[in-house]
Design a binder for this molecule. Structure first.
Ligand SMILES: [Zn+2]
Ligand SMILES: [Zn+2]
Length: 422
């Protein structure tokens, strides 16, 4: 996990740099594909995902080393061939895992976050899951295990394979000629994120587009069908932590309310969106019918709230970078506590962005506990050994957090802001 944390120390500035370039490009060509609050929400979702993953908070059902030990028929030497076989195996497994995520209720819950943005841009790529709490991906790597691909090769390639799915989340690149036949391109992935009936659940490939063509899920981007982005049951919140469990919560409620015991059990494994008949009738859920005319989620937001959201998101990023930089010194228990602080922060400021009144209490709580921890330990997770006024800066940050919570909840009335351009 420490190597993953180290890799992220380089990956995070690189990805955020590219997001910034995309924002600037959109500004200069007067074709902006970013919306401040949506981008803050996407980047915050990325933060939650990497904190959760770097802490290894997952129950692994079957591990790859175990599969390799029990199934391998060959012993692969470290040649270029092993890397190629490993890459193709990971991509093949990724395709089926992605297909599973789109088509089965319980699996959709852990993927919906990635589709929840109603925009399509590089930031949206960083909307990644924290609700993937059971590790089963290795089962899909059985072909690699049979062929004897070493664990280390998989461990090195897996993050590279994930990072390679970042670049194509953009609307600024058109079709790419012959490359369209080999790899997943921005055009193909726009189709994937679209809710148009022509496009939905298509192009499930991750790096290679050959699987979609092979297994009948390929759809080209059509000139007369402009992709409309989002999910059919809109998330209607900027809070990435909530989005991660929204679908699960609906399934749980439906299972609870269903009369039939079979329905209570099978709802989890039925096709995405399936609901027991009696519950669907009694508790209807609105889904988008006309994809060209739905209202995007845009609660009132003043420029000062937008600026404040950016400030909070950047502070969380800096805190998290410090956490990764100091990973081994902080220790596992400390990391859990540190992660909890960042999570509470993201929950709090995104609730403010949502204009939820309870946000103020979350902000007050995390501000006071943060200050309490600094006073109690005389430090902030070892920050003082890097910057002498580290604790003071953190106290200042938490004071701003408390003031911000009160100001945006009680003094800046959202009703008065409806006239502002958003
Ligand atoms: Zn998807
Ligand atoms: Zn995507």
């Amino acid at each position: 996990m420490e190597t993953y944390a180290n890799a992220l120390l380089y990956a995070i500035p690189f990805f955020t740099g590219l997001v910034l370039i995309e924002i600037l490009y959109g500004y200069f060509v007067k074709n902006q594909k970013h919306n401040v609050m949506d981008t803050v929400s996407s980047l915050s979702s990325g933060l939650t995902n990497i904190i959760k993953d770097s802490l290894g908070l997952v129950v692994v059902l079957v591990s790859y080393p175990f599969l390799l030990k029990s199934l391998s028929l060959f012993e692969m030497k470290a040649t270029w061939l092993v890397w190629l076989v490993a890459f193709i195996s990971i991509d093949f497994a990724g395709y089926w895992n992605h297909r599973l995520s789109h088509h089965i209720n319980i699996f959709w819950n852990q993927h919906v976050i990635h589709h929840s943005s109603e925009e399509f841009n590089l930031a949206c790529a960083l909307r990644q899951s924290i609700s993937n709490l059971v590790g089963y991906f290795s089962i899909l790597l059985i072909p690699a295990a049979v062929l004897g691909v070493p664990t280390q090769v998989i461990a090195i390639l897996a993050p590279i394979h994930l990072f390679a799915q970042f670049w194509y989340h953009t609307q600024h690149i058109g079709k790419m000629g012959w490359l369209e036949y080999i790899i997943v391109t921005p055009s193909q992935h726009r189709v994937h994120h679209a809710i148009n009936s022509e496009y939905i659940d298509k192009n499930l490939g991750q790096v290679l587009s050959i699987w979609d063509r092979m297994f009948g899920t390929f759809q080209e981007e059509l000139d007369d069908v402009p992709p409309q982005y989002g999910v059919l049951k809109p998330a209607s919140t900027w809070n990435p932590i909530l989005i991660n469990f929204q679908h699960f919560w609906r399934l749980l409620q439906d299972a609870w309310r269903a009369n039939n015991w079979l329905d209570k059990f099978r709802i989890w494994f039925m096709p995405t969106g399936w609901r027991p008949e009696d519950v669907a009738k009694k508790y209807p859920i609105a889904i988008i019918e006309d994809v060209y005319n739905f209202k995007k989620y845009r609660p009132a937001a003043s420029n000062s709230l937008k600026g404040y959201a950016i400030f909070q998101m950047l502070s969380s990023t800096i805190l998290m970078l410090f956490m990764f930089y100091n990973y081994s010194e902080i220790g596992f228990k400390g990391l859990l506590l540190f992660g909890a602080f960042v999570f509470t922060g993201i929950y709090g400021y995104s609730a403010l962005m949502d204009r939820k009144r309870h946000a103020v209490w979350i902000e007050l709580f995390r501000g006071l506990t943060g200050i309490g921890l600094i006073v109690f330990t005389n430090d902030w997770f070892g920050l003082n050994s890097y910057i002498t006024i580290g604790s003071l800066l953190m106290i200042l940050y938490y004071v701003i957090t408390i003031i911000g919570g009160f100001y945006f909840t009680f003094f800046e009335k959202p009703t008065g802001l409806l006239q502002l351009p958003i």
